[in-house]
Design a protein around this ligand. Structure first.
Ligand code: HEM
Length: 445
């Protein structure tokens, strides 16, 4: 082929562009490496439990093992490093766990712009929960949070108590049948999870799937998604979306997501059509005397500019409530049952048949303190944050603020003592329970 000046210019231009690209990539890599190096140096002031090896860091160790073994290990680590400690997810990703209340405070009081949610841990939920309250940040979160605040009002929640009681009665009837048939043990968390999902499906969608008695594809999909997300967190290789979607777990996740989204979209679309067909006034009239469910609240919600939520937004919020509402309450209730089983003296004297509500509330609160259902939340600092002892949480670090460990928050041990004192006072004076509850709240700070 004949070489013309045009060819020569084109080749030179291409080579130059290639060189520029290479230079840019090298610069980016250099910058990232420098940032990483500086960050590592700055994190050296925080203690670190021994790593498994340089590649896996602490994966498969503290904070990354599920079940009882994992809980015991976390408890031991928190015992040794009672203020804050660093763990590594693989060779490059440090995570700073904050344990002591003095170290948690700068995060809990920081604005959402300085300590936004971090997607290192929450990201795996995104394909399922979309931009619901749990995963959204910034302006979208503020807008939705404002629009959803009425959903948490006590007056709205009150009629739901009837639904909770009905779902609990179904669970109790099932247990009685199991006992009569000679069963001596059962997985409490599984049973309670079905009950909380049953309640939520009725409260969110006004839908009775009878999931405690018969299998439901939708409920099975939520349970499967919850366990798949936890399993993925513990396997470094599966953190990459590309690899995950090639694995059987990834296929199951996708299938379960489709089932959940189909169900939610179907309810939202049908309800939206009914609202449009009848008009707001007639639709509200048709709801009189009935329990307003969460989808109704979302459909009626308007922002300051009079704008509704889109169907996609409504579905994301409903999916988020189904997830956030079932696992936490099932875990909390299971621990309450466990703690009552460990302390039969409380069961005997304040059995559920004749216990006073304030005392049950105290037991629930104490159980939540001893065994918090959410053991950590995920944040990232977008600015350096100074701690009370002068150390600094470096900008860009993933943070895991953990609820205070019971053994290492001496001021809060007062809560256990208060419960004991309250119980003694209650024994002397039946009418004193209200005061005791107030004292307990003061102790809880
Ligand atoms: C014992 C029961 C519960 C516990 C311990 C609990 C705990 C938590 C925690 C720690 C967060 C903060 C997560 C974060 O900021 O990263 C949270 C957020 C949230 N929870 Fe719960 N939760 C419970 C019950 C529920 C229930 C019953 C629902 C709904 C039916 C619910 C809905 C939500 C939602 C929507 C968010 C996100 C709020 C936002 O970011 O604006 N939770 N929960």
């Amino acid at each position: 082929m004949e070489r013309t000046p045009v060819h020569a210019y084109t080749i030179s231009a291409l080579l130059l562009a290639l060189l520029a690209l290479l230079f840019h990539t090298l610069l980016q890599l250099g910058n990232s490496w420098h940032r990483y190096y500086v960050n590592c140096q700055r994190l050296r002031c925080f203690p670190e439990p021994p790593r498994r090896n340089w590649l896996l860091g602490h994966l498969g160790m503290v904070g990354f093992i599920p079940g009882e073994e994992g809980l015991t290990l976390v408890s031991q680590t928190v015992g040794t490093f009672s203020q804050a400690f660093v763990t590594w997810m693989g060779p490059f990703l440090p995570v700073l766990s904050l344990v002591h209340p003095d170290y948690l405070k700068p995060i809990t009081t920081a604005s959402a712009a300085i300590a936004p949610k971090d997607y290192t841990f929450y990201g795996f939920l995104k394909p399922w929960l979309g931009d619901g309250l749990l995963l959204s940040n910034g302006a979208k979160w503020v807008r939705h949070r404002r629009m959803l605040t009425p959903a948490f009002h006590f007056d709205i929640l009150k009629p739901y108590v009837k639904i909770f009681n009905q779902s609990t009665d179904i669970m109790h009837a099932k247990w009685l049948r199991l006992v009569a048939s000679g069963s001596t043990s059962l997985d409490m968390f599984e049973q309670v999870s079905l009950m909380t999902l049953d309640s939520l499906q009725k409260c969110v969608f006004s839908y009775n799937s009878n999931c405690q008695e018969t299998s439901s594809d939708y409920i099975a999909a939520i349970l499967e998604l919850s366990s798949l997300v936890v399993r993925r967190q513990h396997r470094l290789l599966l953190h990459w979306d590309f690899l995950y979607h090639l694995t059987p777990d990834g296929w199951r996740f996708q299938r379960a997501c489709n089932t959940v989204h189909r169900f939610t979209a179907d309810v939202v679309q049908r309800r939206h059509q009914a609202l449009n067909r009848l008009g707001r006034e007639a639709w509200l009239k048709s709801k009189q005397g009935k329990t307003v469910d969460f989808i109704d609240i979302l459909l009626l919600a308007k922002d300051e500019d009079g704008q509704d939520l889109s169907e996609e937004d409504i579905a994301a919020e409903a999916d988020t409530f189904m997830f956030e509402g079932h696992d936490t309450t099932a875990s909390g209730l299971s621990w309450v049952l466990y703690n009552l089983a460990c302390h039969p003296e409380y069961q005997k004297r304040y059995g559920f048949s004749n216990c006073s509500m304030p005392f049950s509330t105290m037991c629930i609160k104490e159980s939540l303190r001893l065994h918090p259902p959410v053991t950590a939340v995920s944040r990232r600092c977008t600015e350096d944050i100074k701690l009370p002892d002068g150390r600094v949480l470096p900008k860009g670090t993933s943070l895991l603020p953990c609820p205070p460990a019971r053994e290492h928050w001496p001021t809060h041990l007062a809560l256990s003592q208060e419960l004991h004192r309250a119980e003694l006072r209650h024994g002397r004076d039946e009418g004193g329970a209200g005061t005791d509850a107030a004292a307990l709240h003061r102790a809880a700070g």
